[in-house]
Design a protein around this ligand. Structure first.
Ligand code: ZN
Ligand code: ZN
Length: 227
């Protein structure tokens, strides 16, 4: 079960035990996924849709919220967490679109804890400690090396991640389709007009001193975009 002591304490607490029993009384002893009857109530697992962490476990709206807890059987629970023999379930998404189209936001809203995200901007920030809009040219090859290493790992499904999200411009259809094919990735397009990207740039506090530079990136993306 949980590896953090604070989570073990939670799962052993009266409030969780009673909450779980309350759900079983209300919903019955069926697995909400496969609909099978679970003979012994001790085998019914209360699965948190938002994975509990030491930070969120004290928030009752997360840890003790009936909307966020499913009752499932052992097998379905393992599938849910991609445990043991179920690791073949890894999904890969290629999220593309122009600068400021909201790619990271889309990923943040859809990803789960335990997923990996590959994003050149983030990798740059990780090895330079600079803000994400400031990417020194001289480091491009080293950051690209890290990026490619991660792409290779995703391609071979190496490592214990759940799902992978690859974020990038990928304006060129040929290159986009090739990488998606290579990785077995599902393509997600952040479909935002040039005017909207430029409007967002104007009100973006982080990029206020780099307006022209980013206008250039936006223009370039739309020029090279192929459907
Ligand atoms: Zn089940
Ligand atoms: Zn669970």
């Amino acid at each position: 079960m949980a590896k953090h002591p604070v989570l073990k304490t939670f799962y052993n607490s009266d409030k969780w035990i009673n909450f779980r029993l309350g759900l079983i009384n209300e919903r019955g002893n069926k697995c909400s996924r496969c609909k099978q009857t679970i003979a012994k109530s001790k085998d019914i697992i209360g699965h948190h849709k938002i994975e509990l962490t030491p930070e969120n476990v004290h928030d009752n709206m997360i840890s003790l919220n009936p909307e966020l807890v499913d009752l499932v059987c052992f097998d379905c629970h393992n599938k849910e967490h991609n445990r043991f023999g179920y690791s073949g379930q890894k999904k890969v998404y290629l999220v593309y679109g122009p600068p400021l189209s909201g790619k990271s936001t889309l990923v943040k809203e859809n990803m789960q804890r335990g997923d990996i995200v590959v994003d050149m901007d983030r990798l740059y920030a990780a090895v330079t400690l600079l803000p994400e809009y400031d990417k020194p040219d001289n480091l491009l090859s080293i950051v690209r090396g890290i990026h490619n290493q991660m792409i290779d790992n995703i391609k071979t499904r190496y490592g214990k991640w759940n799902n992978a999200w690859i974020i990038g411009g990928y304006a060129d259809k040929y290159k986009r389709d090739r990488i998606a094919n290579d990785l077995g990735a599902e393509i997600i397009f952040c479909d935002v007009s040039k005017d909207e990207c430029l409007r967002r740039l104007k009100v973006d506090a982080d990029r206020q001193y780099r307006q022209q530079e980013w206008e250039g990136y936006i223009e370039k993306w739309f020029e090279s975009y192929t459907v």
